[in-house]
Design a binder for this molecule. Structure first.
Ligand SMILES: *Cc1c(COP(=O)(O)O)cnc(C)c1O
Length: 427
């Protein structure tokens, strides 16, 4: 499918004039359209809830938009819990799916009344101490081991992943938790990442529904919800067909009616923890081409770097690039589009066919697509590079700053314990 920017060149230049480049831009209309579709796709299940994976895009302005569509929040750390709490989430609005969890994190999750999803059987006592008891509702994360293969050859390797409990441990954990007073149980599994197929959730649902029936029958535990977690992907490349969330919802429904309803478990709620699918296509990294360099290859240097978007450097991930104002120009130049880190993997694109790019202080703006999830949030501060602003393009075409860019004083703030640097941390 052809990839078009969700903003015009004029809009981007107006934002750049006010806030500089680079910046992450989010598309309010797209976020709302998609959140509504997710809600509709699972409306057949009365208890359905999407717990947005906060790590994907931890911004309270965006989280608040999702709340309007009934979303809760999936958190995995102390500060993510604080962020969810800051937008008003409490109790069952929060799913705490962490691993290698610190004591203080469990204590805060418990204080907020979050639903805790235990990653390991050994966490039961640890969590019990932090929470001062086992709550009425609790969830366990499952790892079936082996390979998990979806119909069309898409697969992942749960046997090689650090998450979740084995089948035996899960049964044992349910028995222990039940003996400690838990009454409502959840099962969670995340077996495959960024799946661009409508078959992943339905296939995963079948595995978890079969397991749920056995668990309920053999341990007597009441299964209240099944959490399909994240992993629903987006089409990063133009040749991929985007997932159809309505087809995915129907596929899960068919499995539900086939397995859970006959077992007398038609009251089970379906939960999801999507991050990428909720946000990735509705965010972009906007950066300016500032340099050209011709050595053994042709390079375009931009003012963003892997600090702003790590996925290409970390996973070799493809992100489509549009040269603003040249949407329909022929892609008759081949460039490596690179950032300024002293790291040779800092490349947003390698051997990419693009229209001719003008460089300089007023060079072309590049729109790097699909950065709305695991984009800004994965950033780091190598080379002393600072994090960019985040800006929301509103439905009416105006824009709003939803996180300011870092300044050097933010970078130096943690040296406030060290007198000679105190003046730097004050800006
Ligand atoms: C990362 C993560 C998610 C979200 O994954 P996406 O691929 O962004 O949908 C959901 N749940 C857990 C526990 C995660 O770690």
């Amino acid at each position: 499918m052809e990839k078009r920017p969700f903003a015009t060149k004029d809009q981007l230049e107006a934002i750049a004039e006010e806030y500089g480049t680079p910046f992450h831009l989010y598309d309010e209309a797209g976020i709302r359209r998609n959140a509504q579709a997710v809600k509709e796709a699972f409306a057949w299940n009365p208890g359905f809830r999407e717990y947005f994976a906060v790590k994907a895009t931890p911004n309270p302005f965006l989280m608040s938009i999702l709340q309007e569509y009934g979303c809760g929040f999936d958190c995995s750390s102390y500060t993510e819990l604080q962020l969810a709490a800051a937008v008003g989430a409490r109790g069952s609005d929060i799913m705490f799916s962490s691993n290698e969890t610190p004591f203080a994190d469990y204590a805060l999750a418990s204080e907020l009344g979050a639903i805790v999803n235990l990653d390991d059987i050994s966490h039961i006592d640890f969590f019990e101490q932090a929470a001062g008891g086992i709550p009425e509702t609790v969830s366990c994360r499952f790892n079936p081991g082996g390979m998990f293969e979806i119909s069309n050859g898409i697969m992942d390797n749960p046997g090689d992943s650090k998450y979740g409990m084995t089948t035996d441990q899960l049964f044992e954990a349910f028995r222990i938790l039940k003996s400690k007073g838990a009454q409502n149980f959840g099962i969670h599994a995340f077996l495959c990442s960024n799946t661009v197929t409508n078959d992943y959730y339905p296939k995963l649902a079948r595995v978890l529904f079969d397991l749920a029936v056995r668990l309920q029958q053999e341990t007597g535990a009441h299964i209240a919800f099944i959490n399909l977690s994240g992993g629903v992907g987006v089409a990063y490349t133009p040749d991929q067909t985007p997932n159809d969330i309505y087809a995915i919802g129907e596929g899960v429904k068919a499995a539900f009616e086939e397995i859970l309803v006959p077992a007398g478990m038609g009251d089970v709620a379906i939960f999801t923890e999507m991050g990428r699918f909720m946000m990735a296509p509705y965010g972009a990294l906007v950066t300016r081409a500032i340099h050209h360099k011709h050595i053994y290859k042709e390079y375009v240097g931009v003012d963003a770097c892997a600090v702003n978007l790590m996925r290409p450097a970390m996973y070799g991930a493809y992100h489509h690039i549009t040269v603003m104002g040249k949407e329909d120009a022929p892609c008759d130049h081949v460039y490596d589009v690179v950032g300024g880190l002293c790291e040779n993997n800092d490349k947003f694109a390698i051997d990419r066919a693009l229209p001719e790019i003008e460089d300089g202080p007023e060079g072309d703006l590049l729109f790097i697509h699909d950065t709305g999830a695991h984009g800004f949030s994965m950033g780091y501060s190598y080379n002393g590079k600072l994090k960019s602003a985040e800006i929301l393009l509103k439905e009416d075409g105006t824009f709003q700053l939803i996180r300011r860019a870092e300044t050097p004083s933010d970078y130096f703030a943690t040296f406030d314990c060290f007198e000679p640097y105190a003046h730097l941390s004050q800006g």
